[in-house]
Design a binder for this molecule. Structure first.
Ligand code: GLC
Length: 668
């Protein structure tokens, strides 16, 4: 049962799409206080688990820390970081009773989940204008399914987007991209996508292509397509200020940029230098920005990633002015009142300064709204602008789209990647733990930068990370400038990389089926073990193993220099091990703890009792996966409903038309 409580005059975020009955008073659980802003408190029992919060730091169980929804360009995801790129304000309290709470509030909101006092959960925001949705359910899983229904169907990408992709901040020319493809094909490592970071543009200007490095971009897109590669360019939120640049000129003429209080256009510096920010909360601006994607769609591009849309600000004109003023005082100072500490503290305030978010305004249906009041909706609406435009420009085609910043509601328009992680083992574990929480908030097409974005990766970290990435809907290797080569063929024994990535393609019929079932039925692709084994205390607290669909449990290795790991089986299961050279081993295991050996070139999964999964022959592209010759692995007598469609049109539905029942008759 879902109930809605309306406080004050909330800003309409469009996160919830199914009308919900409004209740008077306050929710039946916890204590609500609307005296000083909005505060909701709840005393947690020892046994309560708190799930949710989507892309947030730390564990699947969010207890024991404080999380702040305040979309931030934060590239140093250490354990103490409270805000990442997104705002996913949905939590589930699961113990004796099971409650879901969605705080539909577009500005900064904090979730103190046992940080200030171990048993106290406090949700607070400075204004008491918000919608609060309360869901009561049979168990945590049931609560999530009810929530997913009211926020609408998750985004469905084209099937090629389930292939493997290579990316690097720094690929700048056609030839570099050709070399990447050559490296993959020569080593027979599967590849479907190459991502184009900001260097493909002319001076980092959105919707331009550098004509020196890409003299005939359309021909290059076709050349790549002939080799079964989709090029996926990045689009940034900020539009470069440059006379004669059409997007800038049109934006100014159409009044599509965010303004300062005095009505001048707000300017801040990001990758292209000084930029203006499109007013994505304004429907006309959304329509105008969305149209720009046509330039690339028209020449055969069929996927994009939207970036820097928190929005990230290196510095605003005002911020720089303030620092310059301080520098003058610092240099002229004769009284010794300033130390270098003061100097660095001032310079440090330039980037992503909260003050900057109070310096510009949106025009929402004629109403002027200061950005900080709706900050967490910016990336969401950038991606919505793109997706609504795709609907108009190529209505019957699926376009790949994922974003860095997001709010619940954006899951209908695109996926997300989890931003600038590091080549750290701890970030591989963080990646594992984030996935089910994101699914709870509606985000299904998700993945992290495999191998790590910042810092130098190592061969073993990349292999282990890819072995987990085999199961994430977005499977992309991405890194930043200045790091060592991170392409799979850049390391010794590239055949090990081939073995790992090939497993993705062997499992593609299963992964795609499970993704489509989750999207079409508002269900989860990744589940914490506690959702399926709620009465098993060990399963409830296991966070480094995940359930996918209904059939399998995955147990990724996330520590260095180990030959395997301890695995907990809540019930009897069948181990399936994909070893080098296309060999597949199976072994029956009883419930309980086991040490499982997993080599660097191996992928392991466990099939739940009574289930089976289809496995295809290895292939180097999504288009070459042959679903007519599948082998079923699993328990005798089990059956599996394979979902298949054309993978590109929007003719998809959960019906017999697209489902094929496969039954396992022989022993595994
Ligand atoms: C941001 C993105 C990263 C990208 C870089 C350059 O840091 O998160 O993925 O490579 O910008 O565009």
């Amino acid at each position: 049962m879902v109930e809605k409580y309306v406080y004050g005059t909330p800003f309409e975020t469009d996160a919830v799409v199914v009308p919900t009955d409004c209740k008077n008073g306050h929710p039946p659980i916890g204590k609500t206080d609307i005296e000083n802003g909005y505060t909701w408190t709840y005393t947690m029992s020892d046994n309560d688990i708190v799930y949710g919060l989507g892309e947030a730091n730390r564990g699947i169980n969010k207890r024991g820390y404080i999380y702040i929804s305040n979309c931030t360009d934060e590239s140093n995801h250490t354990e103490d970081i409270c805000s990442l790129y997104t705002a996913h304000n949905f939590i589930i309290i699961s113990g004796e009773q099971h409650w879901g709470l969605f705080f539909d509030y577009p500005s900064v909101i904090s979730f103190d989940i046992g940080y200030s006092r171990q048993d106290l959960l406090t949700v607070h925001c400075d204004s008491s204008d918000l919608n609060v949705y309360i869901i009561n359910g049979k168990n945590a899983y049931d609560v999530v399914l009810q929530f997913r229904k009211i926020i609408g169907q998750s985004y469905i990408p084209p099937k090629f987007a389930f292939g493997f992709g290579q990316s690097r901040n720094g690929y700048a020319t056609e030839d570099e991209l050709r070399q990447v493809l050559k490296g993959y094909r020569k080593n027979h490592i599967p590849l479907d996508m190459i991502f184009m970071d900001i260097d493909y543009m002319e001076n980092f200007k959105d919707f331009t292509v550098n004509s020196e490095s890409f003299p005939d971009f359309e021909a290059f897109v076709n050349e790549m397509r002939e080799q079964k590669i989709h090029l996926i360019p990045i689009i940034d939120a900020g539009v470069k200020i440059e006379k004669g640049y059409d997007v800038y000129e049109e934006g100014v003429a159409g009044d599509y940029f965010c303004k300062r209080e005095d009505n001048s256009i707000f300017a801040a510096t990001v990758w292209p230098g000084r930029t203006h920010f499109p007013d994505f909360l304004n429907r006309n601006a959304r329509e105008w920005f969305g149209k720009q994607y046509k330039k690339l769609l028209d020449i055969g591009i069929d996927g994009f990633w939207n970036d820097m849309n928190e929005p990230a600000i290196f510095h605003s004109d005002e911020g720089l002015g303030e620092v310059k003023q301080f520098l003058r005082e610092y240099l002229d100072d004769t009284t010794d009142q300033f130390t270098t500490y003061h100097l660095f503290a001032h310079i440090g305030t330039l980037r992503n300064n909260p003050k900057d978010y109070t310096r510009f305004f949106h025009n929402v249906d004629g109403q002027r709204i200061r950005h900080d009041k709706v900050h967490n909706l910016y990336g969401y609406n950038m991606t919505r602008a793109a997706s609504e435009a795709f609907e108009r420009i190529v209505p019957s085609q699926r376009i790949l789209m994922f974003s860095r910043s997001s709010y619940i509601g954006m899951h209908r328009y695109g996926g997300i990647w989890t931003g600038d992680n590091k080549s750290w083992w701890s970030h591989l574990l963080l990646n594992i733990k984030m996935m089910p929480s994101l699914n709870m908030c509606g985000f299904l097409y998700i993945g992290a930068d495999l191998g790590g974005f910042g810092a130098n990766t190592t061969r073993d970290l990349l292999l282990r990370w890819l072995a987990f990435g085999v199961f994430t809907p977005l499977m992309r290797n991405h890194t930043t400038r200045g790091t060592r080569a991170q392409e799979c063929y850049a390391f010794e024994h590239p055949e090990d990389f081939k073995d790992i990535i090939s497993v993705r393609y062997r499992l593609l019929p299963y992964i795609y089926s499970e993704y489509m079932k989750a999207a079409l039925n508002n269900d989860l692709y990744f589940k914490p073990l506690g959702f399926l084994y709620p009465d098993d205390d060990i399963a409830r607290s296991t966070e480094d193993q995940l359930i996918i669909g209904n059939e399998i449990m995955i147990t990724p290795v996330y520590t260095q220099n180990v030959p395997g790991r301890i695995v907990y089986l809540p019930e009897d299961m069948l181990l399936v091990k994909f070893s080098g050279k296309s060999t597949i081993f199976t072994q029956q295991f009883f419930a309980g703890h086991h040490y499982i050996y997993i080599g660097l070139n191996e992928v392991v999964l466990f099939i739940r009792k009574g289930h089976c999964i289809p496995v295809a022959m290895p292939a180097e592209t999504v288009g070459n996966v042959d679903s007519s010759t599948l082998t079923l692995f699993g328990y005798n007598g089990a059956s599996y409903d394979l979902y298949e469609d054309d993978g590109i049109s929007k003719n998809y539905e959960y019906s017999q038309k697209y489902l094929r029942r496969l039954s396992k008759t022989e022993q595994y």
